[in-house]
Design a protein around this ligand. Structure first.
Ligand SMILES: Cc1ncc(COP(=O)(O)O)c(C=O)c1O
Length: 337
C-alpha cells in the first residue's frame, strides 16, 4: 500500500532509513527502545525535511519552476535541506531567515545551518520578525512576483497552515515505511515519540500509522507552541492532508497528543533536561540529537522511561528527525558542565 503514490515526487532521500534498537538505553530502562534513523536520509546531513521536500519539489518540477523560495529560523534545518535539494535538482534557490530566536552568540548566526546554506550558495534574505508566519509567507510571494517580472518561475514552500501541506505526505509515506519494518521484525509498538513543529511530520506520521492499523499513541513533543495551540495546528493540517489524499479515515482530536513539557525556555532554546538528553544519547549510543527538535523529543522520552511509563516488554519507537548540524551553534552543550 502506498497512500501517496499518485503525487508527483522528487527522489532526494536515502530510503528506507534504518530502524535500530538503542541497546544501551534499553538495557538501562527495561523497555525496548527503537530509533527510526530519519537523521540518515542523506541530503547535506539528512533529516525529516528531505521526505517533505520530495513532495514539494515533485510539484515544483511538475509546474516548471526554476527557483525555490522558502523561509525559516536562522538555524533552520528545513532551509538548509531545501538549498541542498535545489542544488541536487539543478534549481535556483533563495531563502528567508527569520529573527525567531534571541541569541547573540556569533556561532548561532554563522555556524551550523547558515554556514552550510552559504556554502551551498543560496541567496539569503532576512525577515525581522520571528512569529509572523503569514507575513513571512507573504514576503516569499512578493519575491516570487518580482522574480516572475524578471522571467523566472518560482515555487514557494510556505510555512503557515493556510496552504496545502504537501510536505506531510512525506510522513504518511515515512510511517508506512516504518510500519512495514516493524511488521517484518514482528514488533508491536506500544508508543511512538515524534517532535511537532510546523506539524507536517506529526500529522503525516499519525495519519500513516493509523492508516496502517496501529492504535499505538503517537506522542508529539512541542518545540514551538504550547500544547493547545499545537493541537489545533495538527488537527487543521491533518484534515487538510486527509482531504488531499482523499482517504476515508477519521482521526479524532483526542488522538492528537501534544506534550509541551520540554518547550521552555522557548523555540530554539534548550532547557537543562534537553541539554542532558542530548549529552546522554551522545554518550550512551554515539547518536547526535539537536537542541531545537530531536533533543526536546528525546528528553520527553527519557522522562517517560525514568517515570516507568513503559513495561519491560513494551516496544517504543523514537523518530529521529535529525538537526545535528545546529549543534555547532550551541557551544553551551559542551561548556559549563
Ligand atoms: C530536525 C527537525 N526535527 C523536527 C522538525 C519538526 O518537523 P515539522 O516542522 O514537520 O513539525 C524540524 C522542523 O524544522 C526539524 O528541523
Amino acid at each position: 500500500m502506498s497512500l501517496t503514490k499518485d503525487f508527483p515526487r522528487a527522489d532526494l532521500s536515502h530510503l528506507p532509513t534504518p530502524l535500530e534498537l538503542l541497546k544501551n538505553v534499553s538495557a538501562e530502562f527495561g523497555a525496548r527502545v527503537w530509533i527510526k534513523r530519519d537523521d540518515c536520509t542523506g541530503l547535506a546531513f539528512g533529516g525529516n525535511k528531505s521526505r517533505q521536500l520530495e513532495f514539494y519539489i515533485g510539484q515544483a518540477l511538475q509546474q516548471g519552476a526554476d527557483t525555490l523560495l522558502t523561509t525559516g529560523a536562522v538555524q533552520s534545518n528545513h532551509v538548509r535541506m531545501t538549498v541542498a535539494a535545489a542544488r541536487k535538482m539543478n534549481l535556483e534557490v533563495e531563502v528567508q531567515l527569520e529573527h525567531r530566536v534571541d541569541r547573540e552568540q556569533p556561532e548561532y548566526h554563522h555556524s551550523g545551518n547558515p554556514y552550510l546554506v552559504k556554502l551551498m550558495g543560496a541567496k539569503i534574505h532576512y525577515y525581522p520578525v520571528g512569529e509572523d508566519e503569514a507575513g513571512a509567507d507573504q514576503a516569499l510571494e512578493d519575491r516570487a512576483a518580482e522574480l516572475a517580472r524578471e522571467g523566472h518561475k518560482a515555487y514557494v514552500i510556505p510555512l503557515s497552515n493556510a496552504h496545502t501541506p504537501y510536505g506531510a505526505l512525506g510522513y504518511v509515506d515515512g510511517a508506512e515505511e516504518l510500519m512495514g519494518q516493524l511488521r517484518e521484525m514482528q514488533i508491536e509498538p506500544a508508543s511512538f515519540i515524534v517532535p511537532t513543529g510546523s506539524a507536517s511530520t506529526h500529522c503525516g506520521f499519525l495519519l500513516g500509522v493509523r492508516a496502517c492499523g496501529s492504535k499505538a499513541p503517537v506522542h508529539g513533543v512541542c518545540v514551538r507552541r504550547d500544547s493547545s495551540s499545537q493541537q489545533q495546528r495538527v488537527s487543521t493540517k491533518l484534515q487538510a492532508v486527509i482531504e488531499t489524499i482523499g482517504l476515508p479515515i477519521e482521526i479524532p482530536d483526542s488522538d492528537i497528543i501534544c506534550d509541551d513539557s520540554m518547550l521552555a525556555p522557548g523555540y530554539g532554546l534548550p532547557g537543562s533536561a534537553t541539554i542532558a538528553a542530548i549529552r546522554y544519547l551522545a554518550r550512551t549510543e554515539g547518536i547526535l540529537l539537536d537542541p531545537t527538535y530531536s533533543g526536546k523529543a528525546f528528553a520527553v522520552l527519557l522522562e517517560m522511561l525514568k517515570r516507568g511509563d513503559f513495561k519491560a516488554e513494551d516496544q517504543v519507537v523514537f523518530l529521529h528527525t535529525g538537526g545535528a548540524a545546529s549543534l555547532f551553534a550551541y557551544p553551551e552543550l559542551v561548556e559549563n558542565e
